[in-house]
Design a protein around this ligand. Structure first.
Ligand code: DX5
Ligand code: ZN
Length: 218
């Protein structure tokens, strides 16, 4: 399995202090920062965009921005996010008319390409060609839109199935991930762990990050 990575989701950060919050997470040992971008269309919430991401990128040396694009037009923001310093661009399969074309465009913009599936989308929707062309698959473990929702354990067979199909691919889980649910993710074979409230609201984020990582490395 590829390296285990922990990516705190900034949706749970104090948005008025985003740069400081991202620095706080880097100091706590975060591998990536998970930047949730929502367009108020694909999901019923409106959060972030290229300008604040660009500000974070300039303020936090060495940051890897894992941009989760919950948007209706995934192709539209590739250039803006790349210019803002995005490292990885995750689009939703449900929003993509031609996923392979989106992947090509993301790579041409020098970002890692990832595809996300909602809880209602089966893994059979991900063709072998698509799985082999992306750097990561994100299996949502809540319906996207808000932080602090309950982890959907019923999504774990999808993670296990994708891990079996793509042994060397990064497989990310997002939504309700924390110390109480991490073992389900570990057993299914996830290696990129997004957690918002569980890390940002913790008294000791460093401890939580290390705990999540260690449960998956075992
Ligand atoms: C949900 C977002 C998640 C969210 C996770 O729409 O994609 O990244 O912030 O938050 P928690 O970990 O609190 O469920
Ligand atoms: Zn997310």
């Amino acid at each position: 399995m590829p390296r285990v990575l922990v990516a705190p989701s900034v949706l749970a950060a104090d948005m008025g202090n985003l740069n400081e919050e991202c620095k706080r997470m880097m100091d706590a040992g975060a591998d990536w920062l998970h930047m949730d971008v929502m367009d108020g269309h694909f999901v019923p919430n409106l959060v972030l965009g290229a300008p604040p991401l660009s500000s974070v990128y300039k303020a936090v040396p060495g940051i890897f921005m894992d941009c989760h694009m919950m948007v209706t037009e995934p192709g539209r923001w590739i250039k803006d996010i790349a210019e803002a310093g995005g490292s990885s661009y995750t689009f939703h399969l449900e929003a993509a008319y031609d996923p392979l074309d989106i992947v090509r465009k993301i790579k041409a913009a020098n970002m890692r390409a990832a595809v996300a599936i909602n809880p209602g989308t089966p893994t059979s929707e991900i063709s072998n060609e698509l799985g082999e062309s992306v750097d990561m698959i994100l299996v949502m473990t809540v319906w996207p839109g808000y932080g602090g929702q309950k982890f959907m354990r019923e999504c774990m067979p999808k993670v296990a199935e994708l891990r079996a199909r793509f042994p060397n691919l990064d497989i990310e889980v997002d939504g309700g991930v924390g110390p109480k649910t991490i073992d389900h993710c570990a057993n299914a074979g996830a290696n990129v762990l997004v957690a918002g409230t569980a890390i940002f609201n913790a008294e000791n984020p460093k401890e939580v990050i290390e705990f999540l990582r260690s449960r998956c490395e075992e």
